[in-house]
Every structure is written in C-alpha cells, then in structure tokens.
Design a protein around this ligand. Sequence first.
Ligand SMILES: O=C(O)CCC(=O)C(=O)O
Ligand SMILES: [Fe+2]
Length: 205
Amino acid sequence: MNAPSERPLLSLIADDLAVRGWSHQSLALPPGLVAGLAEECRARAAAGSLAPAAVGRGETVQLREGVRGDSIHWLEPGQSSASDAYLALMDELRQRLNRELYLGLEDFECHFALYPPGAFYRKHVDRFRDDDRRAVSVVAYLNDDWREEQGGALRLHLAEGEHDVQPEGGGLVVFLSADLPHEVLPASRERLSLAGWFRRRGAAY
Ligand SMILES: O=C(O)CCC(=O)C(=O)O
Ligand SMILES: [Fe+2]
C-alpha cells in the first residue's frame, strides 16, 4: 500500500489539471467512505437539516428554483467521522495541488447536495462575480449503481465539446473553477454528492 504522500491518484488529478484543466477519476473514494457519507447525507435529509441551495453570494444571494433544485448542508470539521475522513483526503489533495501546480490553495469549503428526481442545476461557472477566491472545484458522487438512462450526468462544456460524467458512487471530478462551464442534468432518481471548492486568499468584496 502507498503511503499517503505517494498516493498516485492525487498525482493523476494534478497532471490532468495541469494539462487540460479537469479530471475525472472513478472509484477514487473507498467504498466504506462513500457508504458512510451517503448514509450521513440521507440522515440529514430525513432530519430536515438540508436547506434549498441559493445562487450567488452576499447581497446578490438568491434562491432560484429555475436555476438549481438541490438542497444542501455545509460540512463542518468534527460533525462526523465520515465527513472528517473526506475533509482529510481533500486536505491531502489541496497540499498536493499546491506542491505540484503552485496553486496557493488555502482552504476548502464543501457541502452535501441532494437533487430530488427531476432537479437540475443550469449551466454555470463556479467562481462568483464578486468573489474570485474559488480556484478549484471538486465533486464527489455517492450513488450506488447509477445507470446512464437515469440521467443526472454532470455535463462539462469543454472547448472541444460536451463531456458527460455519470454520478457513480466513488467518482471524483476536479476542475478549475473559473474556466469550465458545467451543468447537472435532471435524473429519474435521487442524486447525492459532495460539492466543494479549494479557495485562494483573495479580496472578496
Ligand atoms: O453535482 C455535480 O455534478 C455538480 C454540482 C455543481 O456544479 C455545483 O454545485 O456547483
Ligand atoms: Fe458547479
């Protein structure tokens, strides 16, 4: 087994980001972690602690069902062992990206997202107009046995055309937040994920 500092997966992601600005790794997360995170997300949903997601930030924040239909819960350190394990892995990735790509990533913010059947997130970029700290986006999927005909793909609008990623449990998508328009297509079943952002220090106003 590789020591954490040697994890080849993290280097693959760094290489992809350097070469083309995005990376998709299937089976990136251990199955036990995926199961624990999915269970936590469902339990929080059942307890009513997911809130309808907003669009924008600060004074421009808006709830827009016509834009995105997911409900979310922000992760806090110490909230559960599964969440802490995920945050620890993300911190390893942050350090690796800084070491290999000199990105100067300072912190990570991340939320569970639950898209009910039919929900979608229209084409967007993740960097806010009034806050440019988000540098790298990371989405982890928590869905067992996803089938393509169930919809729910993450559609990346790349310079060379569209590329669809299925939200299969354990998969991880990483991309440069400022550069890549993307959208979540509606699905016929519930769709669980973690969406997060590595941030640089910056002048938010
Ligand atoms: O869940 C996904 O595949 C992407 C979600 C997304 O684009 C976002 O939350 O900004
Ligand atoms: Fe996004």
